[in-house]
Design a protein. Structure first.
Length: 322
């Protein structure tokens, strides 16, 4: 599962703030309670002294076992005194404990060197929020994809509604079984037929499975990669590394981007690199196969139309009908 460096860094920052908040609140709670029970301050000081002495024993003492056992007994005695004082004065015995948001990892994000469940959930949340800022992710689910807006009557032997239902079912199965080795998908069909909706519905499920997803229009992705290539890296959302290495890349509205030699070369690099690495890409376009061949050279179109699973949506603009 390949998240961006920014996502990992953001998660670490949030975890650090959680720890700081929990520890600050514990200190404030200690100050408040110790005003009523002054003996607690002495116990705290003595516990700190014992801890320091244990460290010194490890470093300098020859008779470590005996001295450590003695210090541990002293520590346990001090902890018992603290507990009894708290209970005697109407507090719970854990009133001075640090209340971490995740008691499993104490908000470090790791347990024995492996990411804690809270850390994984945080990464998913960041990934979802990143996508939600640029696309209506929460609104685009398989449940909200309504096929009744597609004509039921067959055109050229095909019912657009039946076709939409089949595409929806295929996408749902793809999302549930997604891995970074899943096949790539090419959504085709006219404007407003639900290509973006289904792409984001897949993204919803894939993010919940713990995979990284990058979504953007062809114009924005290729534009950012061009700016990055020419050293104009300020305020770009898409980097070449993240686009080429994310678990799932979604390129929306292929064909609407400004075409130049760089954008064509960049698109070829994305398609070819991710196919070679067996990383899945979802591309949606309003163009027909013939129009794609006219806009891009054969190296690109042959790979997309030949190696992607093509899902076609039929009918009239659903947004207009709604």
């Amino acid at each position: 599962m390949s998240y961006s460096i920014e996502t990992y860094n953001r998660a670490e920052e949030i975890l650090a703030r959680r720890r700081e908040k929990a520890e600050y609140e514990a200190e404030a709670r200690f100050d408040e309670i110790s005003e009523k029970i002054p003996e607690l301050a002495d116990i705290k000081s003595n516990l700190a002294r014992v801890g320091l002495n244990i460290s010194k024993v490890f470093l300098y003492s020859e008779n470590k076992q005996q001295e450590i056992e003695k210090l541990m007994r002293e520590s346990l005695s001090l902890q018992e005194q603290r507990k009894n004082l708290l209970i005697k004065n109407g507090y719970g015995e854990d009133a001075l404990s640090v209340c971490y948001q995740c008691p499993d990892c104490n908000d470090t994000g790791y347990i024995k060197g492996r990411r804690c469940k809270c850390h994984n959930e945080l990464l998913k949340e960041i990934e979802r929020n990143n996508l939600q800022r640029i696309a209506p992710l929460n609104e685009c689910t398989f449940e909200s994809f309504q096929t009744e807006y597609y004509p039921e009557k067959a055109v050229n032997g095909i019912s657009p509604r039946a076709k939409a239902e089949a595409v929806k079912a295929s996408c749902s199965k793809y999302a549930v079984g997604f891995t970074p080795k899943s096949p790539s998908i090419l959504f085709m069909g006219g404007t407003g037929l639900g290509k973006t909706h289904l792409s984001l519905a897949i993204a919803n499920v894939v993010i919940n499975k713990g995979y990284s997803v990058i979504y953007g229009t062809a114009q924005n992705i290729l534009g950012d990669l061009q700016n990055e290539s020419f050293g104009r890296a300020d305020n770009i959302r898409y980097s070449e590394h993240s686009v080429l290495n994310c678990d799932l890349l979604i390129i929306d509205d292929l064909g609407t981007e400004f075409k130049n030699s760089y954008s064509v070369s960049c698109l070829y690099n994305i398609v070819n690199t991710r196919l070679s690495a067996k990383l899945p890409t979802i591309i949606s376009t309003n163009f027909s196969t013939k129009e794609l061949e006219e806009k891009y050279d054969q190296r690109i179109t042959s790979r997309i139309t030949g190696e992607y699973n093509i899902l076609m949506l039929l009918g009239n603009d659903i947004r207009y009908i709604k």
